[in-house]
Ligand binder design. Structure first.
Ligand code: SAM
Ligand code: SF4
Length: 439
């Protein structure tokens, strides 16, 4: 049987797709690159913003036509069905199965039921441990891998739907995580990214290892050359974790630390649990520990009640921090969340205008920072061939910047030394230096 999986959303979702894929490959299914060549099409969904939801429903319209023509089985997984529960089967009566994020371990069973014309729907949270423990299989020689260390979120930021669709926080046992990493390293992985909605509240420091201790254990594993983690919440960024950036040599010099707004009034309404000054103090501590650390973040504009002064505070923060990269979004009201019932919504055109202003300032900063790297020598982990040229390789620096450079395919998986010759808005161009990297 041939399957095709389409994904919407974050790294957690991409990782879930790899889990779904592994479960089907192990069962003898074959992955194909086009929905038209598949017997079963699975769409993994995101509902963090309305736009992703709209895109999903329009894709389902097209897939319905495919099903009519070819009898393709259709499955929907992830956050939208978890939100809609049984209503998903009314909204999309033509789907053959649907699983919430905690039930994806049942995907093979769901496809088999669908083949017998029995529709499996599972949006329970009971299976969370099972879905958390599925280990995606990666091809031998793949240089980097993601490892889920926790699921769910207890933060209830007032705009965010994640706690309602991914449930309460649950951490994996450290022994299980370390064992998974050991297997990955044996298959050739050199860079590991520890993954969770709020990794720095891993275990909430109880019963098992704290997050800094877990990082330290991974740091001591032979074969692991680079460690990253995503995502962190500023309020849970402890002094001990900040110290890791100075003491763990394998921890990469990059942190993704969303701030969401530069206005204390808006941060309070967002239920973020810190002020703009507290956020900046944490960044100062990070820079003191690791002076060349790259900082990226997420930010929302047009949150209810955001006036000109609040937006100006966000602009000030962005201009003063000079982030290496920024993911910025217009606020999107989400049902169930606290913010959905807040007054003083910002008109869409005004939010769009603010977003454009913010993004144009950030784009200039990112370009300047990338240009400032011209002439420097950096370590790059080669991830594969560049999408833009068959002669170029692509990889990332320890600061998580993309570098493209001419080189032979057999360097994939190697750590190489590259001199940066050009900095662009989203990437760097380099020349490989033959010497061994000795940073
Ligand atoms: N757990 C992570 C965190 O707290 O940073 C990320 C979770 S969320 C999937 C990723 C980003 O989406 C958030 O940092 C936020 O900027 C944005 N986001 C979440 N809900 C949103 C909403 N209702 N409207 C616009 N952006 C939103
Ligand atoms: Fe959503 Fe806030 Fe949890 Fe991140 S920390 S997933 S933004 S509720």
């Amino acid at each position: 049987m041939k399957y095709y999986v389409e994904n919407f959303g974050c790294q957690m979702n991409e990782h879930d797709v790899e889990k779904i894929s592994t479960l089907l490959l192990v069962a003898g299914y074959e992955r194909v690159r086009e929905p038209s060549g598949a017997d079963v099409v699975i769409v993994n969904t995101c509902c963090v913003r309305e736009k992703a939801e709209q895109k999903f429903y329009s894709l389902m319209g097209r897939l319905r036509t495919l099903k009519r023509r070819k009898g393709t089985l259709l499955g929907v997984t992830g956050c939208i069905p978890q939100l809609e529960k049984k209503d998903i089967a009314e909204k999309l009566p033509f789907i053959d199965f649907s699983l919430g994020p905690s039930s994806i371990h049942r995907v093979k069973e769901a496809v088999e039921s669908a083949s017998r014309k029995e529709r499996l729907l599972d949006f329970s949270d009971n299976g969370c441990a099972a879905s958390l423990h599925v280990r995606p299989q990666i091809a031998v020689g793949t240089p980097k891998a993601f490892i889920t260390i926790m699921k769910g979120c207890d933060n209830y930021c007032s705009y965010c739907i994640v706690p309602y669709v991914r449930g309460r926080e649950k951490s994996r046992q450290s022994s299980d995580i370390l064992e998974e990493i050991r297997v990955l390293v044996d298959r050739g992985v050199r860079e590991v990214t520890l993954l969770g909605q709020n990794v720095n509240s891993y275990n909430k420091g109880q019963n098992d290892l704290s997050f800094p201790k877990l990082l330290s254990e991974v740091n001591s594993m032979s074969g692991v050359e680079r460690i990253r983690f995503v995502t962190s919440h500023p309020k849970d960024l402890s002094g001990e974790l900040i110290d890791c950036f100075g003491s763990l040599e394998k921890l990469c010099q990059h942190i993704h630390l969303p701030f969401q707004s530069g206005s204390d009034k808006i941060l309070r309404l967002m239920n973020r649990g810190y002020t703009a000054d507290e956020y900046k103090e944490k960044l100062d501590l990070l820079k003191n520990r690791c002076n060349n650390i790259a900082i990226t973040a997420d930010c929302i504009v047009g949150f209810p009640g955001e006036d000109e002064k609040d937006f100006e505070a966000t602009m000030m923060l962005v201009k003063s921090v000079r982030f290496d990269g920024l993911f910025s979004f217009c606020y999107s009201p989400r049902k169930l969340t606290q913010a959905a019932s807040l007054p003083d919504s910002v008109p869409r055109e005004e939010s769009m205008h603010r977003l454009q202003e913010l993004q144009s300032v950030q784009k200039a900063v990112t370009s300047e920072k990338n240009r400032a790297l011209e002439g420097t020598k950096v370590e790059v982990l080669v991830e594969g061939m560049s999408k833009n040229s068959s002669l170029e390789l692509t990889g990332r620096t320890r600061s998580n910047k993309i570098v493209n450079f001419k080189g032979d395919r057999n360097l994939v998986g190697e750590l190489v030394k590259v001199e940066i010759v050009k900095g662009y808005a989203n990437s760097l161009k380099g020349t490989r230096l033959k010497e061994v990297y000795d940073a």
